[in-house]
Design a protein around this ligand. Structure first.
Ligand code: ADQ
Length: 498
């Protein structure tokens, strides 16, 4: 089982003198004003947990868009600040973007074109050439910053996600000595679906600037190989999962991302957690509800929240004996609210919740509690811990960390995971109950099965699920990436000459 310290050892051993640079849209530390004071926060994400120790161990840099309202107040003249703020060990280099750039690159091309293009959720991508131009421009801004950070030192650049498809090639041209890797956190679609993108070739060429390209599961890697094979002149080697174009080789690998199992388990086992659960149940009027179902998501049309609520409705229709006995708690944090499709999804969810609650409510009980809020991680653990079953019903999802967080939060080895077969997580979590979120009757029957599952079977399934996540935790993910990167010999600075 990999840990924070085994990962740090590996990094020191394998990456040697190479400078480690992470590039992501979201920054690992954000500064903001609280009254006249400045405070710093860590935006919640497994990524910071995994990449913070690596960047610290190498004294590297992290380059990201500075989105905090006090970010500018704490940096030096080169937009740099040392982090973690309470124990500085590496440099955060902030990139300033105008409102127009954020709208074109982040909300526009990344989230209105690439996000729906890569998720098969039947939402039509919007291909706007102004957005595309700005996406290109912003990728160039990041490329300039990377080049400035590394100068001509040996370096390993680890780029995150679909905000930077063009960046790898731009860096390769500026800094051929650097080893470049990218992790694509969302699915890669099949080649037919990808063909509709008007700038497909440029995107693929950009990504082939990578020496290593990671997806969550082999299926996405295969889709990528097929897409390239169909679109670009190149040599695609399916046996070794590699693509060679213009004499440069890109290895394509699957690295299933995960959670910090130990930290979550420890927190979920603490005495404070018991108190937190009692208080939350009291505040929400759930003390006397025998069964609690749970969903935790960003409000996003890919997460299948509407399909889930319809299944809860069908379940109550078919099992009236559970009226007043089961409450479904949907926790949903607002997300990308500038985008019309997200506003529409949000409105549809609210309307459906009202409809179902009006139909079934009895006395002070209602079947669905919709909490449209962002909760701190500690509260989320308490929700996971109090649920009899947790539903992840994504229409399509690269991995889905909620499924893994739920499992890590159950040291009591209880609770049932209902999981969409269209998530990356479904490949590993074989003891979950699987659903097709589009098939409402079967989905409702699965909720019934979860509620009535005997304690012994619940325990057996959860123990197996926990074993899987304990071994394949977030450090294992980072360990595997670093191990593969180390084989590309960054110390020798031969990344581009393999
Ligand atoms: P996301 O689409 O954001 O990530 P997911 O993996 O489910 O999806 O992670 C969501 C995170 O947000 C979880 O850590 C969860 O706890 C948190 N969260 C959700 N609702 C919350 C709330 N109301 N309050 C507080 N926190 C909340 C993308 C891909 C995924 C992939 C990840 C990581 O779409 O497929 O698993 O990246 O690679």
């Amino acid at each position: 089982m990999e840990t924070r310290s085994s990962l740090q050892h590996l990094v020191r051993d394998k990456l040697g003198k190479a400078k480690f640079v992470v590039v992501s849209n979201r920054e690992p530390y954000m500064h903001r004003y609280k009254g006249k004071q400045i405070e710093w926060v860590v935006p919640v994400s497994g990524l910071v947990t995994a990449l913070d120790p690596i960047t610290s161990a190498t004294g590297g840099s992290w380059i990201a868009y500075g989105s905090g309202d006090a970010d500018q107040a704490v940096v030096d003249h080169k937009a740099r600040v040392r982090v973690p703020p309470d124990n500085p060990s590496y440099t955060l280099r902030r990139i300033w973007l105008t409102q127009k750039q954020v709208e074109g690159y982040y909300y526009g091309f990344a989230n209105e074109a690439l996000w729906p293009l890569c998720h098969l959720a039947f939402t039509r991508p919007i291909f706007n050439s102004d957005h595309w131009k700005i996406y290109h421009e912003v990728n160039q801004i990041f490329a300039d910053a990377v080049a400035e950070e590394i100068q001509d030192q040996p370096a390993v650049i680890f780029i995150q996600d679909y905000h930077f498809a063009l960046l790898p090639k731009m860096i390769k041209e500026r800094a051929p000595q650097a080893v470049i890797a990218q992790f694509w956190h969302i699915p890669w679609p099949n080649r037919e679906a990808f063909q509709i993108c008007p700038w497909g070739e440029e995107l693929l060429e950009g990504m082939l600037g990578n020496d290593l390209l990671g997806f969550h599961i082999p299926y996405h890697s295969n889709n990528f190989l097929e897409t390239v094979d169909r679109t670009l002149e190149s040599k695609v080697d399916r046996e070794h999962f590699s693509i060679t174009k213009g004499g440069h080789e890109t290895l394509v690998r699957a690295f299933p991302i995960s959670v910090d199992f130990k930290a979550i388990t420890n927190e979920a086992s603490s005495a404070a957690m018991k108190t937190e659960i009692v208080e939350l149940k009291k505040a929400l009027g759930l003390e006397n509800v025998p069964y609690i179902g749970l969903g935790v998501d960003r409000v996003d049309y890919t997460k299948g929240i509407l399909e889930r609520l319809e299944a809860v409705e069908r379940f109550l229709e078919q099992n009236p004996q559970y009226v007043q006995k089961m409450t479904f708690l949907q926790i949903a944090s607002p997300s990308r609210t500038h985008i019309d499709q997200y506003k529409a999804t949000n409105d549809e969810i609210k309307t459906l919740v009202d409809k179902i609650n009006t139909r079934f409510k009895k006395g002070s009980w209602k079947p669905i509690l919709y909490l449209r809020e962002y909760y701190p991680q500690k509260a989320l653990r308490a929700f996971y811990r109090m649920a009899h079953f947790c539903v992840v019903s994504s229409l399509h999802d690269g991995m889905n960390l909620v499924a893994k967080e739920f499992v890590a939060s159950r040291p009591d080895e209880d609770g049932v995971l209902i999981l969409s077969q269209f998530t990356g997580a479904a490949r590993e979590l074989s003891e979950a109950l699987f659903i097709n979120p589009y098939a409402v009757d079967e989905f409702a029957q699965t909720i019934h099965q979860a509620i009535e599952m005997p304690a012994q079977e619940r325990k057996k399934r959860m123990a197996t699920l926990r074993h899987v996540i304990r071994e394949a935790n977030i450090y294992t993910w980072a360990w595997n990436v670093i191990h593969e990167l180390a084989r590309l010999k960054p110390e020798a600075g031969k990344g581009s000459q393999k």
